[in-house]
Write a protein that binds this ligand. Sequence first.
Ligand code: HSE
Length: 301
Amino acid sequence: MHVTARAWSSSANLGPGFDAFGLAVRAFHDEVTLRRIPRGTRMITDGSVPSDPARNTAGLVVARMARMFKKKGGLEITVKKGVPPGMGLGSSGASAAAAAVAFDRLHGLGLGPDELVRCAGAGETASAGTAHYDNVAASVLGGFVIAGEGVVRIRPPAGLRLCIAIPDVRVPRSKTRASRALVPKRVPLADHVSNMAAAASMAAGFATRDPALIGRSATDVIAEPARARTVPGLAAVRRGAVRAGAHGAAISGAGPSVIAFADVSADLGRITAAMSRGFKSAGIGCRTVACAPAPAARILP
Ligand code: HSE
């Protein structure tokens, strides 16, 4: 008996929504297969992520769910990575989401969306040091999510497209932890007001299906300035994207990728080319993806 679940990559924060906003993006996906074995936990990965279940997001999610729901018996966990780790595209969140959805199905738990997100959030501790739910909520539920006390999901506008530039830089395994340490713990009231207004505008942009309002609201005066030095070329990438027709851009999650927001009618190739030139101006190569928002995690037939 085995079950495979697929979950998509995601972009967190989207500018002003640090640790609260997430958007599932149809750029890459992970697959997690759970297979019953007589005893113990066996983990199979491609080597790009830890194969020790206690250090792997999918392994942590499975262990936690087994404890929570008192499910005994051995499991083989196979993680097929599609989401590049450490690039700010919710790699650990996608594995965690796929693991939670697969575990839920394997044991016929019938968990609701909030419970699935909470279970998947356990996996984020492996990479970030603290559980944060923006990436996992997006990968579990698809679309745009606001992760607060509960999770709010809003279906993104059909005409929204994302242009993502992924720089060719080496990132340490503890990148998310290090990048989170840069974010100030206290902020001036004026900065809080600015981010709050931008976040509210962005949520309104999703609710009213307005890609231009979404992109224009992708501004952050708190986390992004503190992290800017970890994304060399950020200003040039953003400027290039906007000049080429994007409505706005932000660091994707904890970086180093950058995500730009555009209409389906924009010349997406022109936007991604401009983003590449932005990174090139800082001496960095990159690959780019233009994609739509992604749907929820699902069980594969
Ligand atoms: N919200 C998180 C951060 C996303 O910015 O640190 C990291 O995956």
